[in-house]
Design a protein around this ligand. Structure first.
Ligand SMILES: Cc1cc2nc3c(=O)[nH]c(=O)nc-3n(C[C@H](O)[C@H](O)[C@H](O)COP(=O)(O)OP(=O)(O)OC[C@H]3O[C@@H](n4cnc5c(N)ncnc54)[C@H](O)[C@@H]3O)c2cc1C
Length: 328
């Protein structure tokens, strides 16, 4: 239920707009690297010191106007320039809706083409993130079009989708990020049970590790990570064929440990003013992440509209949950 609630909140445009005016709040500052490119480059330098690379995401949601999409594209091009100028070990992650997918397909392809071409000049990779299933077909089409002209582009395959295996086979020659999947999808197209999602996740990871070009295993799940470690050892898969990825601010100790053990490790580094939807999706994924909110709402007396709304909701939810438990 909490998952649905936070996914609902992540789609709330009003709260999204309000959040932009308040800066990083409610604990978002623990999982978002900063609001500017300069702050983000500093965060990347810190990661690089530990042998960790970065994939940088300029946060942005609800883009329905061409000017906003163009602005987002220009900002991403600036990030590419900054990565090159500072010679940090980083690449780009972008969401097609941020650069116009909901406005016009060809306009979006033009924007992503410009980004990929600029990145290509500097040998920087661009990952096209996967959003909800409503955007899946268009996103894959965009990747197909641009990968015909560039080899510094890749995308994401979500294990909760029934046809994830087909996608993995189709994109075997591409650098691919494999994830469980972050959105709420209907049972007709996606597994709903954690057990089924995990099993499909392991299946596509193993297949891609054995047959794919380069596999990014993006998860915080230590069971999956340990399984991958055993699997690559058993099958003599060299470290340069895969990497682990996690989100900025999550499981820091494990991130450092994996890098120390000699695995390629890449941290997903989101930044920007538009942190709200991203943060809500992280809360949806794992109830324990709520401690980030509680610390902020109760310790710092944050009185933003969003903080109070979330705090009130959570208090209500928790007392309801408690009553339920007591009734059992
Ligand atoms: C780098 C990266 C990029 C992503 N890109 C996309 C994308 O483009 N599209 C998309 O749909 N989704 C994306 N996701 C999100 C992904 O699909 C999942 O929703 C998200 O990663 C949660 O699933 P999980 O695999 O981390 O493990 P979960 O199923 O959330 O957790 C499994 C277990 O791992 C442990 N665990 C998990 N998190 C923690 C923690 N913080 N601290 C301690 N233990 C923990 C717990 O034991 C938990 O039960 C991305 C995720 C990452 C890491």
């Amino acid at each position: 239920m909490l998952r649905d609630f936070f996914i609902g909140l992540s789609k709330n445009q009003l709260l999204n707009t309000a959040a932009k005016n308040y800066g990083l709040k409610m604990g978002a500052q623990n999982v978002v690297a900063g609001t500017t490119i300069e702050e983000t480059i500093e965060s990347i330098k810190e990661l690089n010191k530990h042998g960790i690379s970065a994939t940088v995401d300029n946060l942005g949601e609800f883009v329905f106007k061409e000017e906003e999409a163009t602005e987002a594209k220009e900002q991403i091009v600036k990030v590419i320039q900054a990565i090159h100028d500072h010679q940090v070990d980083a690449h780009i992650s972008l969401k097609p809706t941020q650069v116009g997918l909901d406005i016009d397909f060809d306009f979006c392809v033009g924007n992503v083409r410009e980004i990929v071409a600029k990145a290509n000049e500097y040998g920087i990779f661009v990952n096209v993130d996967m959003e909800d299933s409503g955007h899946l077909g268009a996103t894959l089409e965009l990747v197909d079009i641009l990968s015909a002209d560039f080899d510094n582009i890749g995308t994401v395959i979500q294990a909760y989708l029934h046809d994830a295996q087909e996608q993995v086979e189709k994109y075997r020659n591409m650098r691919i990020r494999l994830v469980k999947g972050a959105y709420k999808e209907p049972a007709e197209i996606a597994y709903q049970d954690k057990k089924d999602i995990d099993a499909n996740y392991v299946r596509i990871i193993e297949w891609h590790l054995l047959n794919g070009k380069f596999t990014s295993v993006a998860t915080h799940d230590h069971n999956i990570i340990n399984h991958v470690k055993r699997f690559v050892k058993e099958h003599n898969i060299p470290n340069d064929k895969f990497e682990f990825q996690m989100l900025y601010g999550f499981r820091r100790e494990l991130q450092l440990q994996l890098a120390k053990e000699g695995y390629n490790f890449c941290t997903y580094v989101p930044f920007g003013k538009d942190w709200y939807g991203y943060f809500m999706r992280r809360l949806a994924e794992r109830p324990q992440n709520l401690n980030l909110v509680f610390k902020q709402v109760f310790n710092k007396k944050t009185n933003t509209i969003i903080g109070v709304a979330a705090g009130a909701f959570l208090a209500g939810r928790l007392s309801k949950g408690k009553n339920k438990k007591n009734n059992r």
